[in-house]
Ligand binder design. Sequence first.
Ligand SMILES: CCCCCCCCCCCCC/C=C/C(=O)SCCNC(=O)CCNC(=O)[C@H](O)C(C)(C)COP(=O)(O)OP(=O)(O)OC[C@H]1O[C@@H](n2cnc3c(N)ncnc32)[C@H](O)[C@@H]1OP(=O)(O)O
Length: 218
Amino acid sequence: MVIARRFGATQPVSQLWLVLAIAMVRFYMEKGTHKGLYKSIQKTLKFFQTFALLEIVHCLIGIVPTSVIVAGVQVSSRIFMVWLITHSIKPIQNEESVVLFLVAWTVTEITRYSFYTFSLLDHLPYFIKWARYNFFIILYPVGVAGELLTIYAALPYVKKTGMFSIRLPNKYNVSFDYYYFLLITMASYIPLFPQLYFHMLRQRRKVLHGEVIVEKDD
Ligand SMILES: CCCCCCCCCCCCC/C=C/C(=O)SCCNC(=O)CCNC(=O)[C@H](O)C(C)(C)COP(=O)(O)OP(=O)(O)OC[C@H]1O[C@@H](n2cnc3c(N)ncnc32)[C@H](O)[C@@H]1OP(=O)(O)O
């Protein structure tokens, strides 16, 4: 029953990300530039990445045994990048850094969901298993670099426009500065990213080398 539910949750997602990969390759082959790429794929990307919130739900209700914290940090940072950065700040949509994280996310998700699908079918090709637990070594830093450079590129615009900020005085006596929020978010990668990366290195040792690893409770 759980396997059937997991399969239902998994099967469409690998294909969705493949659609995005094909759209990106086609765009680049036709236009020969990354400029306009984000605009051309944004609807699809927003849909897929928002859909990924279900991953947290699946962890919460126990369909998959993934750590809620690991999945939560991973998915929320991407939702944040999609909606509160790239969607909201149009002048940065053509930055090269956007392509960096788009490529890293897309390759990762095609590999990850292929891994889940073939595992559930009980016919997992070794290459997919190998790719799931090796690609991240490069793709994680590439994705994080893309995300951080994109937020960095957004800072001047956010400071100039005061977007999403609440200034005093107001009737609720509350203030919020999105510019400083972004600086804090960038700083939060320093403690959080190594935890995700080392988690994946432990998973790699467990799955590829059969090491028994005792994880702390979430
Ligand atoms: C408000 C603002 C917030 C901002 C916060 C800022 C801080 C952010 C800090 C860092 C941000 C990082 C951003 C990175 C972005 C990128 O992605 S860059 C691109 C590279 N990325 C990767 O390579 C990601 C690699 N990481 C992971 O894959 C994840 O850590 C993980 C998926 C979340 C967890 O992996 P893991 O612990 O190995 O668990 P699972 O793969 O989920 O496996 C556990 C078991 O569950 C089965 N399973 C899981 N899901 C499914 C499914 N959908 N269908 C079927 N089966 C599934 C899986 O097979 C495993 O089963 P068993 O083998 O039986 O255990």
